[in-house]
Design a protein around this ligand. Structure first.
Ligand code: GLC
Length: 818
């Protein structure tokens, strides 16, 4: 249906003209052009069965796929012909075979599962969703619409939904702004953003997935479109939420909650979870642009061991290469890299090296020569090479959207791996080009056979680069887990890599921002994330650095990194008291490694995020939609970083239930804010009552010594509570064959007793025997302690009322009573 009734000015208001995609529509210099926007008309026909349904207004078609009981996918073909179904984010869309009802009455077509109804309104093709109680959770405010793109072909595609007064929005990856996106208008277009600022948009990654919470019910929208995409969460018009893209299809998944956790879980079902990382990758990483020459690298390694500060990885930034040519070494700085890496490994360090996508144009450089001969580099529309300047000078760029190129790129890592490199850092893969920012729109990409211009491939370029890296390493390493990190990416990148937030700044504002970004990344499907601790550019003072180490100890990925023109930035660089505090927190991270690894497993196996903002604990409390400082790591430990200089105490909100102050063991009833002292030595940390937190002995690096004893910190609760404890070899893929141990603890306390049950799953048996128990918060003095019926007589109770004893065999039931 042609829409001639809309006033052009209305359209101008509807989509401000700051986005390139709309300039052609609204550029005042051109005068206002006649509107060619088209809307879906009246649906005249609806057919379908099983998981697929089609509706048409006689010209346009809408496809509805029922993925499972909670997820439905909507797709629009403006002239009735769908594109081939292909997605980098959702590699395998396998609708579940479930009962689906398809009904029709005067008013609507309706497709229903046991949990969700999709309504297609006959009057105007508005699509809405409701839950099993017929509560409408999402509804169109306009029919889906589009605008023909006369320059490139295809369409600009739009969807506009109603936005309710108290509806709030979360997700969307790494936007450097408040956690709650209500009122924001944001763009997804991967961008190199050196020293980015608060509210700067877009940044490095594009995650077109958001979660809405309205009146206590959550749903998600995953707009799987790789073109430049736009989101407006009640910004332009507070009654409307819109998302649109400069090309591709209007294709989105409606993901039903009702809880935010359900939404994130379902999003992971579509896009996959992060594989288990090697255990060492959860340790502390030290990076800098750059550690060179070899003597410097060795001195840093020595520094860690001398200062007795645990560390598992040291990075080599671009200066290890010969003229910044990937897969080469600067032999003047690093005459014998293999020996250097082996010596570092002896001391317990993994070496991680950077690679960039720009390949120097140089016929004497084998990587360039081979890539050129095999036509692996990107070309412009008229077949000219895509050339641009990056660190090595004039470069060409592999087309990572071509599977053959990915295979080749992956094979290039064999020498680095043979030298002992354990991890690869993928940078500049937005892709970044000096001067122009990125590639011109006309650059062609293979896109796994579904060809397209850079407009379509830009946002997935980085993800495909790190995919090539990950898959190549996996092949070379055989059964060992690769470690990879990427700057750019698109939904689904979590299947291949961890992420850091890019070139941040050494400022308190950035510490605050980093805290929000990591929480947001985590709830947007990117679990393994962290910031450049200390800030990439600029100079932190000791206090800021220490506060950042404290927060970083609870980032899934923990790495300090800084630009080349900054001062030394190791955890001991600021002297005392900072060094000692930094050491304590890094040690705390190593003690909590088994807990953190278990949270990773919960992500990998069940699709839960690792960091969970408070709103994910209590989405029905409206005030929590605006809290962005405190978060839980997994679901047992609540952390609230200190984000201001000189702060002596701060307010922390604790969700309902009982919590233990980690430092003092004091019990606090949640549901309100508490004032907590924040001396430089600590940040507020709380443990949920009923938790069992496993703890390893402090080591200087993962695997330094065999683990002989695991502490089990059991926090008394007067209700039943579950905890998981996951372990395995920590470096192979044997867990895929069930070679792991997943223990489930159930704590149940009463006025005068505490029971702890342990059950086990999996085929892995840890080498240590039994546990060192620490039972915290017993409200009575114990007189009887039994394990599987046997009396424990050798126990102690400290001044802090911590009951301790050891039991060196496996157990099923621990019983403590008055
Ligand atoms: C980019 C990266 C940064 C790196 C630098 C040199 O700015 O974001 O982390 O150190 O390039 O490779």
């Amino acid at each position: 249906m042609e829409d001639n009734t809309l006033n052009p000015k209305e359209l101008l208001n509807e989509f401000v003209e700051e986005e390139e995609g709309f300039r052609h529509l609204n550029n005042p210099a051109d005068g206002i052009k006649p509107i060619t926007k088209k809307y879906l008309g009246v649906p005249t026909h609806g057919v379908g069965s099983g998981s697929k349904y089609y509706f048409t207004d006689g010209d346009a078609k809408v496809e509805l796929i029922v993925v499972n009981e909670e997820i439905m996918r909507v797709r629009l073909a403006p002239h009735g012909v769908f594109l081939e179904d292909f997605s980098y984010a959702v590699p395998k869309l396998k609708p579940k075979n479930i009962p689906v009802q398809f009904t029709e009455d005067d008013k609507e077509f309706r497709v229903s599962t046991a949990k969700v109804n999709c309504h297609i309104r006959k009057a105007d093709f508005f699509i809405s969703f409701s839950d099993q109680n017929n509560v409408v959770t999402s509804s169109d405010a306009k029919a889906m619409h589009w605008e023909e793109n006369t320059q490139f072909g295809g369409y600009y595609v739009f969807s506009t939904k109603e936005c309710h007064p108290d509806e709030n929005f979360f997700g969307l990856g790494d936007k450097p702004t408040e956690l709650n996106l209500r009122g924001k208008r944001l763009v997804n277009w991967n961008t190199d953003a050196y020293s980015f600022a608060w509210n700067q948009d877009p940044l490095y990654r594009s995650i077109p997935f958001y979660i809405s919470v309205n009146e206590g019910i959550a749903h998600g929208i995953f707009f799987d479109n790789t073109f430049k995409a736009h989101f407006d969460f009640g910004g332009e018009d507070k009654t409307k939420t819109s998302f649109w893209a400069d090309g591709g299809e209007m294709q989105y998944y409606y993901i039903h909650g009702p809880h935010m956790m359900d939404v994130v879980k379902s999003y992971h079902l579509l896009t996959g979870t992060h594989p288990m990382p090697p255990l060492w990758a959860l340790g502390y990483h030290q990076c800098r642009w750059s550690y060179y020459p070899e003597a410097k690298f060795r001195a840093v390694a020595k520094g860690f061991r001398e200062h007795k500060i645990p560390c598992d990885a040291i990075y080599l930034d671009i200066d290890y290469m010969d003229g910044y040519r990937c897969f080469t070494w600067n032999r003047r700085y690093f005459p014998d890299p293999k020996k250097m890496i082996a010596d570092a490994a002896e001391m317990g360090f993994k070496t991680v090296v950077i690679v960039d996508p720009g390949i120097r144009v140089d016929d004497n450089y084998p990587v360039f020569k081979e890539g050129k001969e095999k036509k692996y580099f990107c070309r412009r529309s008229d077949d000219y090479y895509m050339e641009g300047h990056v660190w090595p000078g004039r470069c060409q760029f592999p087309d990572f959207t071509n599977p053959e190129v990915r295979e080749w790129w992956g094979s290039l890592f064999d020498e680095l791996i043979e030298y002992g490199v354990a991890g690869v850092w993928n940078d500049m893969n937005e892709p970044a080009v000096f001067g122009s920012g990125t590639f011109p729109a006309d650059v062609r990409h293979d896109y796994d056979g579904y060809r397209g211009s850079h407009r379509k491939a830009h946002n997935v370029y980085g993800m495909q680069m790190v995919r090539a890296t990950y898959e190549g390493m996996r092949k070379i390493l055989k059964n060992k887990r690769p470690f990879t990190i990427t700057r750019a990416g698109y939904s689904g990148l979590q299947r291949y890599a961890s992420v850091w937030t890019g070139d941040n700044v050494a400022s308190w504002e950035h510490l605050r921002l980093g805290n929000i970004q990591c929480q947001r990344l985590s709830m947007s499907g990117i679990p393994f994330c962290g910031t450049d601790i200390g800030g990439f550019s600029g100079e932190p003072d000791g206090e800021l650095f220490t506060r950042w180490i404290q927060l970083g100890s609870f980032s899934p990925f923990m790495r300090a990194h800084s630009a080349g023109d900054t001062k030394e930035r190791e955890p001991w660089s600021f002297g005392e008291p900072f060094t000692a505090i930094n050491r304590n927190f890094i040690e705390l991270r190593y003690r909590l490694l088994p807990y953190m690894y278990s949270a990773f497993w919960e992500h990998h196996r069940y699709g839960f995020p690792i960091l969970r903002p408070v709103v994910m604990q209590e989405q029905d409390v409206l005030k929590n939609h605006f809290r962005q400082d405190e978060f839980t790591y997994g679901d047992k430990i609540l952390v609230c970083p200190v984000l201001e200089p000189g702060q002596k105490s701060r307010k922390v909100y604790l969700p309902k239930g009982k919590w233990y102050n980690f430092w003092t063991n004091e019990v606090i009833t949640g549901g309100e804010e508490v004032e907590v002292p924040t001396p430089l030595e600590t940040i507020p940390i709380f443990v949920k009552a009923g938790s069992v937190i496993p703890e390893y002995p402090v080591m200087q690096y993962v695997g330094e010594k065999p683990i002989e004893e695991v502490k089990l910190n059991v926090y008394y609760s007067d209700y039943e509570a579950n905890s998981f404890f996951f372990e395995d070899h920590g470096e192979s893929f044997a867990y895929e064959q069930d070679i792991y141990s997943e223990k489930k603890f159930v704590v149940n306390g009463e006025e005068s007793s505490l029971t702890l049950n342990q059950s086990m799953e999996g085929l892995y048996t840890p080498r240590y025997d039994g546990y060192h128990f620490r039972v915290i918060g017993l409200p009575f003095t114990p007189t009887s302690i039994t394990i599987d019926g046997k009396d424990i007589t050798d126990f102690s109770i400290s001044d802090e009322k911590v009951l301790e004893f050891k039991y060196t065999k496996t157990f099923h039931t621990l019983q403590i009573s008055k």
